[in-house]
Ligand binder design. Structure first.
Ligand code: SF4
Length: 368
């Protein structure tokens, strides 16, 4: 089975090159060809010696997932459906905004955690994505958006994708063996060269994973909070029964020890009559007093049989006001390209043989 170089971070590719008797700088050159210039064929790597190219072609490939759908919403949000094997497809979403462009990537096909408000959780879980399948989403987006084709490739002055968030399908902390090399490639100067703070991993609160990420690759951290107390959070985010809020907040503070000038972004999905009262906003102040944080309020995207409704715009505004009056930074996520607007999840994709979910962004089938 040939090695897929797409998923190797600098350490991984240098190790592979050492095994071939090649110097580390050759590995870095190849890394640049793959990620900065979008090469999928060793023959294109014109400054690499022919015999090395032949050696690589004999035992390695550069293989992104296959694009089977590509749709753009009226607001410019673009979504790709990527087949990762015969039974599973995941989504990656590009969200252009003034002065920045954010790519939302998936880390698993489905999710084991079954948060009550999340359509991904309702699809069940099939498998972890590989590092190549995760970084492949960024690679494909750079291809599709014309960045790889630009004479400078990915780099300063040509940064269409300025931010990456792990908020697609899956719980990233349950797949760190693949998420960490992918995140390292995102911030590697020979890879995508993003600053550490522009790569955000979102978690529902898997405490051991938070500690590992802090130690190995402390990029920005978002935590799906969604409730001010354990009783409600146990219901909305069931992993809370294992890692209750007290333990979660302690893990947030340990994380910040590794990223001293950062803050935690608490994601809070606004559910009508469930977690959106003034009293619940006030209760959040107690949490904010214990962790350096800001809040991101997310209008809920209803999906079939969710049984819940989005809070009204006025309710969201007043909820935000309670937090802001206490001096907290609060953003409210704009509803964009529907189906992408929830913390860590809510993307559709296809998981094994389960029923496809309806999508609001039209996916145009692409023929291979
Ligand atoms: S919100 Fe995140 S952790 Fe929860 S079920 Fe959805 S994808 Fe999984």
């Amino acid at each position: 089975m040939p090695t897929n170089l797409l998923g190797l971070d600098s350490q991984g590719i240098e190790q592979l090159f050492a095994g071939l008797g090649e110097k580390p700088f050759r590995a870095r050159q190849v890394l640049k060809w793959i990620h900065r210039r979008g090469a999928a064929d060793f023959a294109a790597m014109t400054d690499i010696a022919k015999d090395l190219r032949a050696k690589l072609a004999a035992q390695a490939v550069i293989e992104p997932p296959a694009v089977v759908g590509d749709g753009t919403a009226a607001d410019g949000t673009r979504k790709w459906l990527l087949k990762v094997d015969g039974a599973n497809a995941v989504e990656a979403v590009f969200i252009p905004e003034d002065g920045r462009g954010t790519l939302c990537v998936s880390s698993q096909a489905g999710c084991t955690l079954d948060c009550e408000f999340c359509s991904t959780g309702k699809q069940g879980f099939n498998r972890n994505l590989t590092a190549a399948e995760i970084i492949g989403q960024l690679w494909i987006a750079n291809q599709a958006l014309g960045v790889h084709g630009h004479p400078g490739g990915v780099g300063a002055g040509n940064r269409v994708i300025s931010n990456v968030v792990f908020m697609g399908m899956g719980e990233p902390m349950l797949n760190l063996d693949a998420v960490i090399p992918a995140a390292r490639l995102m911030i590697d100067e020979n890879g995508y060269g993003l600053s550490r703070r522009r790569v955000t991993v979102s978690t529902s609160g898997v405490v051991p994973g938070m500690d590992r990420l802090a130690a190995e690759c402390p990029v920005a951290l978002a935590v799906s909070l969604h409730a001010p107390g354990d009783a409600l959070r146990d219901r909305l985010v069931p992993i809370n029964r294992k890692y209750p809020i007290r333990e979660l907040l302690a893990a947030c503070n340990r994380y910040l020890d590794h990223a001293p000038r950062d803050f935690i972004t608490f994601e809070y999905v606004m559910l009508d009559g469930v977690n959106d009262s003034d009293a619940q906003a006030k209760a959040l102040l107690g949490i904010a007093a214990r962790v350096r944080c800001k809040f991101n309020l997310i209008p809920f995207n209803p999906f079939p049989n969710s049984g819940m409704k989005r809070s009204s715009a006025e309710r969201i505004r007043r909820f935000a006001e309670v937090l802001q009056r206490a001096g907290l930074t609060v953003t409210t996520r704009k509803t964009r390209g529907e189906g992408i607007d929830a913390a860590c999840g809510q993307l559709a994709g296809e998981v094994a043989d389960r029923t496809r979910r309806a999508r609001s962004v039209p996916i145009v089938e692409v023929r291979a």
